[in-house]
Each structure stands twice: as C-alpha cells, then as structure tokens.
Design a protein. Structure first.
Length: 303
C-alpha cells in the first residue's frame, strides 16, 4: 500500500512518469512576450483551438503529453499548450505580483498574439483554478471550459494556510512536504520523512522553488466569488477523482457554478484522475458537444 501511495504521489508531479511516444514528435516550442514575461508554448493539430493549462510544478509536456492527451486532442483540434509562467521553459519571476491574474492574462494575450477570438480551454489542478478565474474575467474568449482536479472554496481558511505553509517551505529549502501531505487521500498512510525528502529532491531538480513560492503567494489574487460563478454563461465540465482531496473543492464548485457538468472518476486520486482513460473520454465527449459545428443551427428544411 505504501509503495503504491508513494508511486502515485511521484506521478502527481510527474518526475518519473515516462512520456508517451507522441511527445517525441511534437513540434519545437515557440515563445511570445506576455507583458514583459517570455512564455513558452507549442501548437499541434488543426481545427477549433483549445488551450491547455497545466498544474503546479508541471509543464505542458509532462501534464498533457505524459498522460497521453496531446495525441487524441491534436487529431481533432488545434492544440495550444502553454507552459505557465514560473514553470517549464517560460520565464520564472520571483515576485508574487507577477502571478495571480497575470497567469490568466497570459492565456488571453496568447490568444491575441495568435489572432484567435475564442477557444476551448482546459486546465488541470492549478490550471483548473486558472481556468475558473478566466471564466470570470474574459468569458467572451472561451467557447467551453474543462476544469480538472480543481474547484472552489467560499472560505479558503485552512486550505489557504496550508498552501502558504508550502510557500514558506519552498522558500526555506525544506521541500514539498506540505503538498505531498495535502494530496494524500484520506485514510491512506502518509509517506515517511525519507520518502518525502526523496520526492522533494526529484521535484526540485526540475523547478525554480522561489518562483513556485511566488506562484502560491500570488494566487490569492485569482480567487473568485460565488456571485461570479452563479453568473457563468460558458459551458463547463468539472472532472474530479473520487478520492482526490480536492474533491471537496469540486463539490463546492458544483453547488454554485451555473452551466457546469460534473464527472467523478471513482477510485481516482489527484494524479490518477487525469491519467485515467475516463478523463480523456469525458473531455473529448464534452468538447465535441460544444464545438462550433455542434452549435450551428440546423439548415432550413433539414430533418
């Protein structure tokens, strides 16, 4: 049991998960200037555009390519995969003011740069929270939204304090222990100190810890209100694992957000949700239902 838990947590940050063969065939990344910050992104496939927004400590290749989603999506859509600022090959400022809503604006600026009026948007974990904020800031730019492994809380309370503890831990070089503990499903044993140290070292090797701490501190600016969620007009889908500790946040989102469908993947934890074939199936079905073609009215005289 402990061995499976440790493996799952490592997969959560994808430091050892083998990437699918599809990643090797991806085009070289591109860059654009987002208000003074260099943002790395890639484009694959043709069709309606969809922007993919990855989670904390990840990059677009590990989140979406490593879970086998880039191939199926790029067969049907023009996939625009972004490395969030503070992550991957994008710039990594250490000022919390450079994050928060700036991470949301990066998506809008990229759409402007590519001359795209409206796109589907899908985010996982941190990317899911960014997507929720995008729906309240610029709903006119979003055709539909997939919110994976994320949600909402009216009162951040202890959860907010826990993430600030993680920021403190990263800034002092003590590692990712608070995150590992927070993502361990209820009822499962916590990893040992030695296991936490090993996982923290693996994650740290591919990240700028001060930039990640700044990401956390800046996210308070990206909070949304119940009133904003109830006013949502964009078709949205929440996909959450049944034993993901963030399911409470997804449940809270379900209670207040208009135009939201929910899919629960039973038995899936935080990393297991996006890696499940059921995640891919639910995402593709939802996107097809809200494509431009599906939205077009039937021709006069058709049956």
């Amino acid at each position: 049991m402990k061995r499976r838990l440790v493996l799952a947590l490592v997969l959560c940050v994808l430091v050892v998960l083998p990437l699918h063969a599809e990643v090797a065939s991806e085009p070289e990344g591109r860059y654009f200037d987002s208000n003074g910050v260099k943002i790395h992104y890639a484009i694959m496939g043709e069709g309606e555009p969809i922007v993919l927004v990855h989670g904390f400590t990840m990059d677009y290749k590990s989140e979406w390519g490593g879970r086998g989603l880039l191939g199926p999506l790029s067969e049907r859509y023009k996939v625009i995969a972004i490395d969030n600022r503070g992550h991957g090959k994008s710039d990594k400022p250490h000022d919390p003011k450079m994050y928060g809503t700036e991470m949301v604006k990066d998506i809008v600026r990229l759409l402007d740069y590519l001359e795209i009026d409206k796109a589907h948007v899908a985010g996982y974990s941190l990317g899911g929270f960014i997507t929720v904020k995008l729906l309240t800031m610029c709903p006119e730019r979003v055709r539909s939204a997939v919110i994976g492994g994320a949600g909402w809380r009216k009162d951040v309370g202890d959860r907010g304090a826990g993430w600030l503890e993680l920021a403190d831990s990263l800034e002092t070089g003590e590692g990712f222990g608070p995150m590992i503990a927070a993502l361990t499903p209820e009822g499962q044993p916590k990893p040992t100190e030695e296991q936490v140290a090993a996982m923290s070292a693996l994650i740290a090797a591919r990240n700028d810890l001060k930039a990640l701490a700044a990401v956390i501190r800046g996210m308070r600016e990206a909070m949304v209100t119940e009133e904003q969620l109830r006013a949502n007009t964009v078709p949205a889908l929440s996909i959450i694992g049944g034993i993901d500790p963030l399911k409470a946040d997804a449940d809270a989102l379900k209670e207040v957000m208009a135009n939201l469908e929910v899919v629960v993947i039973e038995g899936a934890d935080h990393p297991g949700c996006i890696a499940s074939p059921k995640f891919r199936e639910a995402m593709l079905e939802f996107l097809a239902k809200h494509s431009m073609t599906a939205a077009e009215p039937a021709a006069v005289g058709s049956h």
